[in-house]
Design a protein around this ligand. Structure first.
Ligand code: GLA
Length: 408
């Protein structure tokens, strides 16, 4: 029996593995499951989004960093079209034939990987079957893009073993990200928007990825928050992106854009003199209160992301933190994707001295991030643990990370 956490339970930290550790784990798992050795090992990071939430599928802006926490894969191509997969986090070997992979035809965690091979084939590449062993220090279901890390690790691996050359530059990586999005949307059945795959494949070590989802363009902004550190709080509140809530937010936004006569809400924002009038005009034209609030979130969040990018460039972390706080409030009140665990984590982190704090990722559980003064992560984490214990929530877990490098 596990002991329920108390206010005095020390915070539990989830360290990132080194590349060597990850490589060794998947190579050993590969050897124990399939005969012989893999042809190569590859890895791809999870991410946290600093700001710009639920904007990607609205043609908006996002500002993620890649985490040091990565998913590792040991990979070998086959002569036939069988796919055989093993995961240190799963049970037994997941098997399918690539010829039979199609939307709705496969289920389970293997769908994310078989989906990548399927989507590469759809893009015109000749992809044979393969064996793969995977292991990860990206926590699952924590809103830190464990699915994108899984997809991207295989995409970069197949790219290398098949000599496709896509991993060599940003245009190729953007094509690989699109392949991963198709795998997730069409084969795994999660209607996500593409930010996670872009972060995992296109981020740069030491930089935040300024992603413009209208045209898919990126720029790289040094992420060196002077005097601060980034604390990631995995609330351990269950989180899923294919249970209908995420898709329903997306559908509301699509319907609102159609009602406003624009292809995306970003177009509506860009056509207005400023964000405030874009919101006011949209509110006047939409007759549903829920749609009005969802749209207000999206329009103001895209604007906040633009301002946060400017604050980052100027090294104004206090302004950046204020924008993080406003983003969380908008996600809580207007977009309604937070849960009590997220709101408590954010509130406690602010009281404990954070410059700003917000949920990150899709919401409905998952993780929060806090920008805290350097050297205070431990104290902030302890305060969150105590607050969770008081409320009877499951014990949270914590990560720290610099802005790390992409799939390789
Ligand atoms: C999830 C999705 C992303 C994005 C975020 C919300 O992480 O996978 O595409 O929509 O939620 O910003």
């Amino acid at each position: 029996m596990t002991t329920p956490p108390t206010a005095a339970t020390p915070p539990s930290w989830l360290p990132a593995w080194t590349l060597e550790q990850g490589r060794e784990l998947v190579t050993t798992l590969f050897g124990a499951t399939f005969d012989g050795a893999p042809a190569g090992t590859f890895s791809a990071p999870g991410r946290v989004n600093l700001i710009g939430e639920h904007t990607d599928y609205n043609g908006g802006l996002a500002l993620p960093i890649a985490l040091e926490h990565r998913t590792h894969v040991a990979l070998r191509l086959r002569e036939d079209s069988r796919v055989r997969l093993v995961s240190a986090q799963g049970d037994g070997v997941w098997e399918a034939d690539l010829e039979a992979v199609a939307p709705g035809a496969v289920t389970g965690w293997g769908a994310y990987l078989a989906g990548v091979a399927w989507a590469l084939r759809q893009a015109g590449h000749d992809v044979p079957g393969f064996e793969a062993a995977v292991d990860s220090c990206v926590p699952f279901g924590a809103g830190l893009s464990s699915s994108a890390a899984l997809e991207a690790s295989l995409a970069i691996g197949l790219d290398a073993l098949l000599d496709l050359g896509l991993g060599a530059d940003d245009a190729g990586r953007s094509a690989l990200a699109a392949v991963c999005v198709r795998a997730e949307n069409e084969i795994a059945g999660a209607a996500t928007g593409g930010m996670d795959q872009a972060a995992s494949l296109r981020a740069r070590d030491g930089y935040a990825l300024a992603l413009d989802c209208l045209d898919g363009s990126v720029s790289h902004e040094p992420f060196v928050p002077a005097g601060c550190e980034l604390l990631v709080i995995d609330t351990r509140a269950p989180h899923s992106l294919n249970d209908g809530q995420y898709a329903s937010r997306r559908a509301t936004c699509d319907a609102a854009a159609a009602a406003l006569g624009v292809p995306t809400l970003r177009h509506w924002l860009d056509a207005a003199p400023d964000a405030a009038s874009a919101v006011a005009d949209a509110q006047a034209r939409l007759d549903d209160d829920v749609a009005r609030r969802r749209v207000r979130h999206v329009l103001t969040e895209i604007d906040r992301t633009r301002l946060a990018h400017e604050a980052m460039r100027a090294g104004d972390w206090s302004a950046f933190g204020t924008l993080m706080d406003a983003s969380h409030e908008s996600l809580r009140v207007d977009y309604e994707v937070t849960v009590p665990e997220l709101d408590v984590a954010v509130g406690v982190a602010r009281e404990a001295g954070a410059l700003g704090a917000r949920m990150t990722g899709g919401g409905f559980g998952g993780s929060a991030i806090a920008l805290v003064p350097g050297g205070t992560s431990d104290a902030v984490a302890a305060a969150v643990v105590a607050a969770y214990a008081e409320r009877g929530f499951a014990a949270p877990a914590f990560l720290t990370s610099r802005a790390a490098g992409p799939a390789a």
